[in-house]
Design a protein around this ligand. Structure first.
Ligand SMILES: [Zn+2]
Length: 283
């Protein structure tokens, strides 16, 4: 009986050994199949958004020394139009600067929410365009340079503007290291005073003008040609660097927004330009 029990036990153990060995590879196959499909899911998950979010840039055949820089700037926001600018800039992923007006944001909750879009937009750098925009009475405003600086300080603290970049309302005047440039006499003293108070004062090289209803006056193609000519002929304040002035209200309509998107895409398509923040402007 003992012998029979021993034989059964041995046979049982032997069968278990065989079974384990035959099952083990199957489990291994199953595991490795699961591993590779899991890896495939992870790879797809990590690769797809990347390839959608960051398409490969066009080959940059231009030497760094010959590269030209465009600074796209928007004045007078937040206004109706700022929300469209925010959307286009996020989609196009280009560096831009906005010069904002304090009272526009502080007097209207919806416009304040547009300002908050700018604040959260990683492609937007915020500069100061005064609190009151001179109430559009420029000559009187600039007769009081101390008042102008106070107005900029009020805007800075109301909107928590993180830079000391300024553009004076209605004036193309520059105060940067090595650059002092004025369109007219009125406003020069306040420009000096802003600079003394640590502001970099930026004007512009090219303005995209608009009619009273906000519709741009130059077509996109005309503007692109002007930009190319100015840069090619060295007619900008700083050779190789061009600042464009536009106004938020120009982009409140569908046609205005489309024109902005076309401008950006046509400039990109030349392969000659890089959009930069004013903080990178070499002065
Ligand atoms: Zn303005």
């Amino acid at each position: 009986m003992k012998k029979v029990f021993f034989l059964f036990t041995t046979l049982f153990l032997f069968t278990c050994f065989i079974c384990n060995n035959s099952i083990a590879p199957k489990e291994k196959v199953t595991n490795s199949a699961t591993d590779s499909s899991a890896k495939a899911i992870i790879d797809t998950a990590t690769n797809l958004p990347d390839s959608i979010a960051q398409p490969l840039p066009a080959p940059d055949s231009i030497a760094a020394s010959e590269r030209k820089y465009i600074y796209l700037t928007f004045d007078d926001g937040p206004l109706y139009g700022s929300n469209n600018i925010d959307k286009i800039i996020r989609a196009e992923k280009i560096n831009t600067d906005v010069f904002v007006v304090g009272m526009h944001a502080m007097n209207d909750p919806e416009l304040l929410s547009f300002y908050q879009l700018y604040q959260s937009n990683p492609y937007v750098e915020i500069g100061n365009h005064s609190y009151t925009h001179a109430n559009n009475r420029y000559k009187k405003y600039y007769q009081n340079p101390d008042g102008v600086v106070e107005d900029f300080m009020k805007c800075e603290s109301a909107l928590q503007i993180p830079t000391r970049f300024a553009r004076q309302p209605g004036r193309n005047q520059w105060r940067l290291e090595g650059i002092k440039k004025d369109d007219i006499r009125s406003g020069t003293e306040s420009a000096d005073l802003l600079y003394e108070n640590g502001f970099k004062v930026f004007g512009w090289d090219v303005e995209w003008q608009h009619y009273g209803n906000g519709i741009p006056t130059q077509t996109v193609d005309q503007l692109v040609r002007t930009i190319e000519q100015k840069l090619d002929n060295g007619k900008t304040v700083k050779p190789g660097h061009l600042i464009i002035l536009t106004h938020d209200e120009m982009f409140r309509t569908k046609s205005g927004s489309n024109a902005l998107q076309q401008l950006i895409e046509k400039l990109k398509a030349t392969g000659k330009y890089r959009f930069e923040h004013l903080s990178k402007y070499p002065a």
